[in-house]
Design a protein around this ligand. Structure first.
Ligand code: CP
Ligand code: NVA
Length: 340
């Protein structure tokens, strides 16, 4: 066993056999530990050292929705760790048509050492984990996107050198998987989280209450506002996501555009934040009309940029590509720590 990732800064954590379904289930120390492990893996990767620490193990990746980053991150991290990787896409397996989640979980757990699942309801990934005797990792559900959070916090930490006390603002559809998860992780790690969105798109009251408790314990805070200038004033991090998520009806575009247009991250909004602020986005992003959907939206509604302008997306302040790369290092840390 490699010394890396077993004793990070004196922290010893045993996460073997654990699922990663949502960060609500993880302590702040465990989250910080996974980020520390990911940083070590990044160093190993950058120095081209072989790290096939999980040779002989195999993982299955179930994707009921499309993916570029999450799939590639799991695949590359799996190969780097020496594992065999099977991808099961939105079509081509029995799951959901002829076979239940419970049966699929038990069958796959008999062959694989870990299972990634991306799909719709959080209850599905929870059910999969219930019936699987091997770790299950949530690669995004309608409610949560925990592996994204590890990469996001790692990126912020790499940039500022710390997390506690930073002012982090999310603009947009704040009750989607990313908005919910950011509120959870910021509250747990002691950041000051601002949800800047129309009231109808605030996270559920119950989750807000839960996060307020985490924030009380960590020294962080939760603020909800509909006012863009107030919500972004002096922020250290501005974060946004698509206005309509995977699995939502395309008919929602019109309503979301009218609700969220004023929450677009543009130069004016960026200038209202701290001069040292960074911009993050989980990606994919509609910052131009060079995509099929981007073009359709332009033809239908006349807007060329949605949640973020091309200017901000391509600016020095934008750390979205570092963030995307960190998906791989953090997912590697999760797999290593839960399977080693
Ligand atoms: N951020 C993210 O999860 O991207 P993919 O949908 O490409 O996996
Ligand atoms: N909220 C987005 C995140 C994509 C990574 C979606 O679910 O489509």
């Amino acid at each position: 066993m490699h010394e890396y990732a077993t004793n990070k800064g004196g922290l010893i954590m045993d996460l073997r056999g654990r699922d990663l379904l949502k960060l609500i289930d993880y302590t702040p120390e465990e989250i910080q530990y996974l980020i520390a492990v990911a940083k070590e893996f990044k160093k190993i990767k950058k120095s081209n050292q072989s790290h096939e620490f999980l040779k002989g193990k195999n993982i299955a990746l179930i994707f009921e929705k499309d993916s570029t980053r999450t799939r590639c991150a799991f695949e590359v991290a799996g190969y780097d760790l020496g594992m065999g990787v099977t991808y099961l896409g939105p079509t081509g397996s029995q799951l959901g048509k002829k076979e239940t989640i419970a049966d699929t979980a038990r069958v796959l757990a008999g062959m694989y050492d870990g299972i990634e699942y991306r799909g719709f309801g959080q209850d599905v990934v929870e059910e999969l984990a219930k019936y699987s005797k091997v770790p299950v990792w949530n690669g995004l559900t309608d409610e949560f996107h925990p592996t994204q959070m590890l990469a996001d916090m790692m990126t912020v930490d790499e940039h500022f050198g710390y997390l506690k006390g930073l002012h982090f603002t999310f603009l947009g559809d704040a009750r989607n998987n990313v908005g919910n998860s950011l509120m959870v992780v910021c509250a747990k790690l002691g950041l000051h989280f601002t949800c800047c969105a129309p009231k109808s798109l605030f996270p559920k009251e119950e989750l807000i209450k839960q996060c307020e408790e985490y924030a009380k314990a960590s020294g962080g805070s939760i603020t909800l506002t509909e006012d863009v200038l107030e919500g972004t004033k002096n922020a250290d991090v501005l974060y946004t996501d698509v206005w309509v998520s995977m699995g939502e009806a395309p008919e929602l575009w019109q309503e979301r555009i009218s609700l969220l247009q004023k929450y677009q991250v543009n130069k004016e909004v960026m200038n209202n934040a701290s001069p040292n602020a960074i911009f993050l986005h989980c990606l994919p992003s509609f910052h131009n009309i060079d995509t099929k959907i981007g073009k359709e939206i332009y033809e239908k509604y006349g807007i060329k940029e949605m949640e973020v302008t091309d200017e901000v997306f391509e600016s020095e302040q934008s750390k979205v590509m570092e963030e995307a790369e960190n998906r791989m290092h953090t997912i590697k840390a999760v797999m290593f720590e839960t399977l080693k």
